[in-house]
Design a protein around this ligand. Structure first.
Ligand code: ZN
Ligand code: ZN
Length: 259
């Protein structure tokens, strides 16, 4: 980990973007590093890991006590925030009865617009709407738009702790997997890696673009792609690739060529 001039610390999971949390004291940064590494040791062949629930509780408590923030999540949320706010404000401006409505009606309409805005975000490349539901950047807007108890900073801390752990563990798991395939490819067994994503309603357009893409095992992509990304890689062995090539020969155009 590395201390930055603004008092935050960069924790460097292998093969992906750094996780920057701060401001933290040196002792708190050590504690974060210990939580992260204890919780990933299972993937790296070390001693027993810290159970996930215990790691989550410890990280959440630390974030609550210090008020530290995860910079990459803030940047990621900020990217989608204006689109989200603009959508809700536009719908409100188009609603002539808004000013005459009861508080409860306003809230249920805002909830509906919130759902629509979240759907738009996932369409435009922002993943996992749950990550934003309680994010302070959005919470402040939902608060302003629909009443005083629409958001809870507690939930935001729990969500942040969960995303930090999942991102770090995902990166460690991914690095381990790549190393295994590279190892096996010493004998030419696994020449290619294929991007493997979860094609559900919250998967973002940015990740979807890569689903099924192939990479030479020596040049794997960096994963996770963003906070909360659930993508992974699978190995394509030489026999499967040969079968595909033969099938393409027999029926051109039915199987997409390897990138
Ligand atoms: Zn994504
Ligand atoms: Zn992804």
């Amino acid at each position: 980990m590395e201390r930055l001039p603004d008092g935050s610390f960069q924790f460097a999971p292998p093969r992906t973007f750094p996780i920057t949390i701060g401001p933290l004291t040196d002792a708190d940064a050590q504690a974060v590093a210990a939580i992260l590494s204890a919780n990933t040791r299972c993937d790296l062949g070390g001693p027993a890991p810290m159970p996930a629930a215990q790691a989550h509780a410890a990280l959440r408590a630390l974030l609550e006590r210090t008020g530290a923030r995860w910079r990459e999540l803030d940047e990621y949320a900020e990217r989608g925030r204006w689109d989200y706010v603009a959508h809700i404000e536009r719908r409100r401006a188009e609603c002539p009865q808004w000013h005459a409505m009861e508080e409860e009606q306003r809230r249920s309409l805002t909830d509906e617009w919130h759902e629509q805005a979240m759907h738009r975000l996932s369409e435009s490349g922002i993943d996992g709407p749950q990550a934003f539901l309680d994010h302070p950047a959005f919470a402040a807007d939902v608060l302003r738009l629909s009443g005083p108890d629409a958001a809870s900073p507690w939930a935001a801390r729990a969500e942040t702790a969960d995303l930090v752990l999942r991102t770090y563990m995902g990166a460690a798991y991914h690095a381990r997997q790549v190393a295994t395939f590279q190892d096996q490819n010493m004998r030419g067994t696994f020449p290619m890696l294929e991007w493997d994503g979860v094609a559900d309603s919250v998967a973002c357009a940015r990740c979807r673009r890569h689903f099924g893409q192939r990479f030479p095992v020596a040049r794997p992509p960096r994963l996770p792609l963003h906070p909360g990304c659930r993508c992974g890689l699978t190995g394509r062995n030489k026999w499967a690739l040969a079968d595909e090539a033969a099938a393409r020969e027999r029926a051109p155009g039915t199987i997409p060529p390897t990138a």
